[in-house]
Design a protein around this ligand. Structure first.
Ligand SMILES: Cc1ncc(COP(=O)(O)O)c(C=O)c1O
Length: 372
């Protein structure tokens, strides 16, 4: 039997690593900020898909965990996480059944519903449950044009439909503003997010005026964490990437005109090995398309080695060249990279090495990794 790696040099590559000191600082930063601003947080597990990280978020004070897929919901519930919120709409009967089964099994879950068909399906699947057994939010489209109904009449119509279903209980609204989260420049990002949130707060008020229960407004992202937390009417944040950070987020700029967004630390890296060094101008590492997300225009960056330029060349390989003064690494050397985009990078791995400095403190399964 192979012995589990105990130190960084023993880890077989390519491998996904999380620096626990940095992760813990990120967790506490958001938690303390939320406490200070009187807002709850239900961080998004689509980033880490890892119950171990979710448990740390709950321990830091999260009221629950947001998830993007039914499988993520099941994995989190199985790991004992309470207050799981499914943020994506459903249109397949078997997935509706699986969510209802979680409630039937005694789990406390919330579902953000985005259309009338989903309300009908959820009500039909849960008709044998008691009154108000299934907690739902209305998913609002506040400018992202991805999912949800329009704030205003469409939201009221959906609320009226929900009210006719005995087993459903409306708890509030969800208003994810993905079009605001990565806007470059703090002032511009604040404007985009506040415009979206104003629509959500108005919608929530309208629902209340019409006599519906609408206490929750769940929204927010890493890029707007300190904007949305101060917006009156917001009750909880759904930040996801803040635990790990990535190059895509770093470029959006911080408050006070800071050129980089460094509110949270880069805790996630991909460890690789130089596996070929037969050319004077380049070496090859064992981390290519299967080791990093490839959809952003940004390249992976070698940690603490800014003179090295990474270019991915294929499924298993990356090429390292010189972009400034310094030497190329040697055959067998280890290189650690910041990923361009954290969520889809995590999705490529089965496990996460939880590192305390050079020591492997734990190996965490990325248990909620399946697509569906
Ligand atoms: C519904 C929802 N909420 C929250 C988030 C978290 O966003 P971020 O990773 O930018 O913090 C996402 C990300 O796509 C999302 O889709």
């Amino acid at each position: 039997m192979t012995r589990l790696p105990r130190t960084k040099p023993e880890i077989p590559t390519p491998a996904l690593l999380v620096d626990l000191d940095r992760l813990e600082r990120n967790l506490h930063r958001l938690a303390e900020h939320c406490r200070a601003n009187g807002v709850s947080f239900r961080p998004h597990a689509k980033t880490h898909k890892c119950p171990n990280v979710a448990r740390l978020q709950i321990a830091a004070g999260a009221v629950g965990i947001s998830v993007a897929t039914v499988f993520e919901a099941e994995a989190m519930v199985q790991a004992g996480i309470r207050g799981v919120l499914l943020t994506s709409p459903l249109a397949e009967p078997h997935k509706v059944d699986r969510m209802v089964d979680l409630v039937r099994g005694g789990s406390e879950v919330l579902i953000a519903v985005g259309h009338a068909m989903e309300v009908d399906m959820l009500a039909a699947a849960s008709s044998d449950l008691g009154p108000s057994a299934l907690n739902v939010l209305i998913d609002l489209d506040v400018g992202d044009r991805r999912t949800g109904v329009q704030p205003g009449d469409e939201a009221v119509t959906l609320a009226q439909q929900i009210a006719t279903k005995k087993s459903l209980r409306l708890r509030g609204v969800q208003a994810y503003a993905g079009h605001a989260s990565h806007v470059v420049g703090f002032a511009e990002r604040a404007m985009a997010s506040q415009a979206a949130l104003a629509l959500a707060v108005d919608a929530k008020q309208l629902l209340k005026q019409k006599g519906f229960e609408a206490d929750i407004l769940s929204c927010g992202s890493t890029g707007t964490w300190n904007i949305d937390s101060r917006f009156a009417g917001v009750t909880e944040l759904q930040c996801g990437s803040y635990v790990f950070m990535d190059i895509d987020y770093r470029r959006i700029g911080g408050s006070d005109n800071a050129p980089l967004f460094v509110d949270f630390e880069h805790s996630l890296t991909v460890l690789s090995t130089v596996i070929s060094a037969g050319h004077a101008d380049r070496v090859t590492v064992d981390a290519g398309i299967k080791a990093f997300s490839t959809e952003t225009p940004f390249r992976a960056e070698a940690v603490d080695q800014p003179h090295l330029v990474y270019t991915r060349t294929g499924d298993e390989f990356g090429i390292i060249t010189l972009g400034g003064p310094g030497a190329l690494p040697k055959l067998g050397d280890r290189l650690e990279f910041l990923p361009p985009h954290c969520d889809p990078t995590v999705h490529l791995y089965d496990q996460l090495y939880a590192m305390r400095g050079e020591q492997v403190e734990a190996i965490w399964p990325i248990r909620a990794r399946r697509e569906n």
